[in-house]
Design a protein around this ligand. Structure first.
Ligand SMILES: Cc1cc2nc3c(=O)[nH]c(=O)nc-3n(C[C@H](O)[C@H](O)[C@H](O)COP(=O)(O)OP(=O)(O)OC[C@H]3O[C@@H](n4cnc5c(N)ncnc54)[C@H](O)[C@@H]3O)c2cc1C
Length: 376
């Protein structure tokens, strides 16, 4: 059985480490941050993430540590309010990521916390990861799960363009005692979207995502503008108790996420949905797929040996394409108006939207002309 070096202890890296250790592989997991590193995030653990957590036996633990909600309110183009069912857990990433890393250690992985890998090398015999203190770690395969940071993947020969989006979030007090999430796709903040999600400790995670689509913007300023206007009316405060911070988003799912002795996981493989900016679930799914591909591969762990990983990732393509298409449809005022009316008037369409978000049906099925006819 091979030795896997997993770089990055976020959801993708930890999921890979758990699954690989359970498969009997020798696993070393490196995390640059401290044990309470808090990834900038909306903290929303959506149904796809919940399924993975159930697979690992961690769902109850995460649910008990976080805030559970079963409803989401969407504000459409002109502020039309649409409520629909959706199971969401929110939990600070410092806690969530630690639960996953602890589970990796429990499964048998060796964790190096506060250890930043600055260089990796591949030879015919294996791979080496070198940390910032000059320590060398040897293995057979590298799983790169460094999130939106791509320097190691670039050094390994993978090409990247600029990140396509940025998202920014801060915390306000939950002064109105909200028990469900709010999501805005209103025209005042287009092409951005915004959210407010109740979090543990009486707080709300309030944030905004912005797809550049040819234009750059200052997302921090846009979030402040949103909070001082629409946000304040809805959530009752514009005072951040924790200042907003931003982070890039890499979305779209790359098709070349593996090479000789190397796999890209999570955001390194651009496993984030366009339109919603959701990436935790798909990051973990990519981690599991990578672990299983490594488990069935053999020396020399070349690209051909690791191709099962690419095939597993491609199975996610229809849902990624569905979200890209949904983003395009919502960007068009006519189709946006038609789907808003559909969602307002048809409880079947609202149920179908819940099913899309729960991944029981593909977004392609609802957000299409066929969907418009079928669910009207
Ligand atoms: C503001 C914002 C809100 C979001 N909201 C949501 C949401 O509500 N729900 C959702 O599903 N998704 C959300 N996302 C997307 C989600 O955060 C990411 O898709 C997800 O975290 C990707 O997981 P990952 O494991 O690939 O990377 P990350 O979570 O970024 O983890 C990468 C890890 O690698 C470590 N690392 C980096 N470089 C090195 C190195 N050289 N050596 C060792 N370790 C290293 C980092 O410290 C980090 O812990 C949001 C993103 C943003 C920016």
């Amino acid at each position: 059985m091979g030795r896997v070096l997993v770089v990055g202890g976020g959801p993708a890296g930890s999921a890979c480490a758990i699954e690989a250790a359970k498969n009997g592989l020798e696993v070393v997991l490196f995390e640059a941050g401290s044990s309470d590193r808090d990834k900038i995030c909306g903290d929303g653990i959506l149904p796809d993430s919940q399924r993975v957590l159930a697979h690992f036996g961690l769902l109850e633990k995460v649910q008990n540590s976080g805030t559970y909600m079963d409803k989401l309110t969407l504000y459409a183009l002109r502020g039309e309010q649409i409520d629909f069912k959706m199971p969401v857990i929110t939990l600070r990433r410092s806690v969530f990521d630690r639960i996953l890393r602890d589970a990796a250690v429990d499964a048998g992985a060796k964790l190096y916390q506060d250890t930043s890998i600055v260089k990796t090398e591949r030879t015919t015999d294996g791979v080496t990861a070198i940390d910032s203190k000059g320590n060398h770690y040897k293995g057979d395969v590298l799983a790169l799960a460094t999130g939106a940071k791509t320097s190691l993947a670039k050094e390994a020969g993978f090409e990247f363009g600029n990140a396509q989006a940025v998202a920014v979030r801060g915390y306000v007090r939950n002064v109105r005692g909200f028990e469900h999430c709010l999501l805005w796709f209103t025209k005042d903040i287009r092409p951005a979207y915004a959210w407010a999600a109740p979090s543990p400790n009486g707080l709300m995670n309030v944030g905004l995502g912005y797809y550049f689509d040819g234009q750059q913007c200052n997302a921090q300023n846009l979030l402040m503008k949103f909070v001082q206007t629409i946000g304040k009316d809805a959530i009752g405060t514009d005072e951040f108790v924790e200042k907003p911070k931003g982070w890039p988003l890499r979305s779209g799912l790359r098709s070349d996420a593996y090479g000789d002795r190397t796999l890209l996981l999570g955001e390194n493989a651009e496993c984030v949905f366009e339109f919603t900016g959701e990436g935790i679930g798909k990051a973990m799914q990519s981690g599991i797929a990578a672990a299983n591909a490594i488990s069935v591969a053999e020396q020399p762990y070349d690209k051909e040996q690791l191709a099962t990983y690419g095939r597993e990732l491609e199975k996610l393509r229809p849902i990624f394409d569905g979200y890209s298409r949904t983003k395009a449809l919502f960007g068009n005022p006519i189709s946006n108006y038609a789907f808003t009316k559909l969602l307002q008037n048809s409880s079947r369409a609202r149920d179908a939207l819940s099913d899309v978000l729960c991944e029981n049906i593909s977004p392609k099925e609802l957000f299409s002309v066929k969907g418009l006819v079928k669910y009207w």
